[in-house]
Design a binder for this molecule. Structure first.
Ligand SMILES: [Zn+2]
Length: 502
């Protein structure tokens, strides 16, 4: 049974929390020592999904009805696109809907709302996304999105709470819609239209000139939270200061956001990970020309925010100024009697440890196979014997193989880019060098080397079916497929396996 992500009528959360703390955590800890060590990703579909979708629709209708006359048609289009994009994210499983995750965040939101009755609690839906970008956003119509990619960077519950307060302030002051209206009204203003017409009548550099004209005013639903940042900090802090959380952690959160780009990737040991009897590792795979020493470069270069699909919060240029202003607010209040944690601290750390797994899973589920593979390999540097990660490497390699065979690898694997971190580029150079036949060998033998060790897990057994299917003449394919169907007659990959059988 799934709990609703957002309860329109928040009940007493602390009793639920107590049940959670006593009953659930020992199970989680126990699971780590059980026979099957494969990681089980969080659920992304809940019975409450229709309810969440209908809430978005209802809100959209109300918003459309309240639009001002000028540019109404264009505004309505933006509002609809925003709602559609959120709905498709929900339907493709981008958000966690899982009792091991959501209640902990929902309880924070309820603590904030309980102490801030002037915020329209019934409008707010908190979604927990699997996006890797260390960020949170306020969609503008009441939905707040917290990317779990942010979680490993934070130190405590109070910091999570302050970030939610900041997003809630964006909503309360209607920043998202203000940014949208400002954009549409500028774009469709008589002056702007006149200038755009002049450019289009011209004969040269039309695109550049149009872009130059629109520079700085581009609206992007994912970026509008950059609008009025200090105001959101300041009001967010007021919300935050009424809760039981530790006030100085608002500054702590901002300081962390300011330094997020300084994180590092470990160096992936391709030679040992891809060593196999059947397809021995060749040192030449690490010595390609034109890499500009890419493989020998120490992977100490900071990971760039451009590696993430969205902007990182770091890209706010005014972070040091925001820290100073928030610090002044903390000092003005004098005493700081709140707590860093109001809920079980263990669960916070457990979720932080699970986050990298969820990011690998989320990237895989949304077809970002190259990035998912990269993160799985990064994790394998420290967790060599992790069944889930080893299966994930095979699953991602298999998908990339399919795309490569159809000359569409670019859709799922990036090309190296100077904007990316050294280690991610090193990965991209490694993975982009293989011909289709070599890629299939690499995948097949990665699986074969590990089969005996991990064949007791469903994930790896599914990975085995995929890997053996790359060599149809190989009799292993049929036996792996039959083994899966016999062992997991109701398995989670059943549909996929059946489709491969036909
Ligand atoms: Zn913001």
């Amino acid at each position: 049974m799934q709990k609703p992500i957002c309860q329109a009528n928040p009940g007493p959360s602390w009793s639920r929390l107590l049940i959670w703390g006593i009953c659930f955590l020992p199970q989680l800890t126990g699971a780590q020592n059980s026979v099957d060590p494969a990681y089980q990703p969080a659920n992304t579909l809940a019975e409450t999904l229709p309810e969440t979708l209908s809430k978005i629709n209802t809100r959209l209708e109300a918003d459309l009805a309240a639009l001002p006359k000028p540019n109404k048609k264009f505004l309505a289009k933006e509002y609809k696109e925003r709602a559609d994009s959120l709905k498709s994210e929900l339907l493709q499983g981008s958000f966690l809907m899982d009792d091991r995750w959501n209640p902990w965040f929902q309880n924070i939101l309820e603590e904030i709302l309980r102490h801030n009755p002037d915020v329209a609690a019934r409008d707010i839906t908190l979604l927990l996304s699997r996006y890797e970008s260390p960020n949170a956003r306020c969609v503008g119509e009441g939905t707040l999105v917290f990317n779990i990619g942010l979680l490993p960077f934070l130190e405590n519950e109070s910091q999570v709470a302050f970030i939610l307060c900041h997003e809630l302030a964006h909503y309360h002051n209607n920043h998202g819609n203000q940014a949208l209206h400002q954009y549409i009204n500028t774009l469709y203003s008589p002056e702007m239209q006149k200038q755009l017409k002049e450019i289009s009548r011209g004969t040269y550099n039309k695109t550049e000139r149009a872009l130059e004209l629109m520079k700085g005013m581009a609206y992007n639903g994912r970026r509008h939270s950059r609008f009025k940042e200090s105001e959101a900090d300041s009001l967010g802090f007021v919300f935050f200061s009424r809760t039981g959380y530790q006030l100085k952690e608002a500054v702590g959160a901002l300081q962390i956001l300011d330094s997020i780009d300084k994180s590092h990737w470990p160096r992936i040991p391709y030679d040992s990970l891809f060593q196999s009897k059947g397809f021995p590792f060749q040192n030449s795979w690490l010595e390609q020309k034109g890499l500009g020493g890419g493989f020998s470069t120490q992977a100490t270069q900071p990971s760039s925010s451009t590696e993430f699909n969205e902007d990182s919060l770091k890209t706010h240029p005014d972070c040091p100024e925001r820290i100073k202003l928030t610090q002044a607010q903390v000092e003005a209040l004098g005493k700081d009697t709140g707590k860093a944690f109001l809920q079980d601290e263990t669960q916070f750390h457990t979720m932080q440890q699970k986050t990298p797994y969820e990011l690998v899973e989320g990237l895989y589920q949304t077809g970002h196979y190259g990035r998912s593979l990269f993160r799985a390999l990064v994790m394998l540097t420290k967790k060599r014997d992790d069944a889930y990660l080893n299966a994930m490497v095979v699953k991602n390699l298999y998908e990339i193989c399919q795309y490569q065979r159809n000359h569409r690898m670019r859709h799922v694997v990036d090309l190296p880019d100077p904007e990316y971190s050294a280690e991610y580029n090193r990965f991209l150079k490694f993975i982009n060098q293989f011909r289709t036949s070599e890629f299939q060998q690499l995948t097949y033998h990665f699986y074969l080397e590990r089969w005996e060790k991990y064949k007791h897990t469903e994930d790896f057994m599914f990975a085995a079916v995929l890997a053996t299917s790359l060599k149809p003449e190989n009799p292993d394919f049929q036996s792996r497929l039959d083994e899966y169907l016999t062992t997991y007659p109701k398995g989670k990959y059943l549909d996929h396996i059946k489709a491969m059988k036909d």
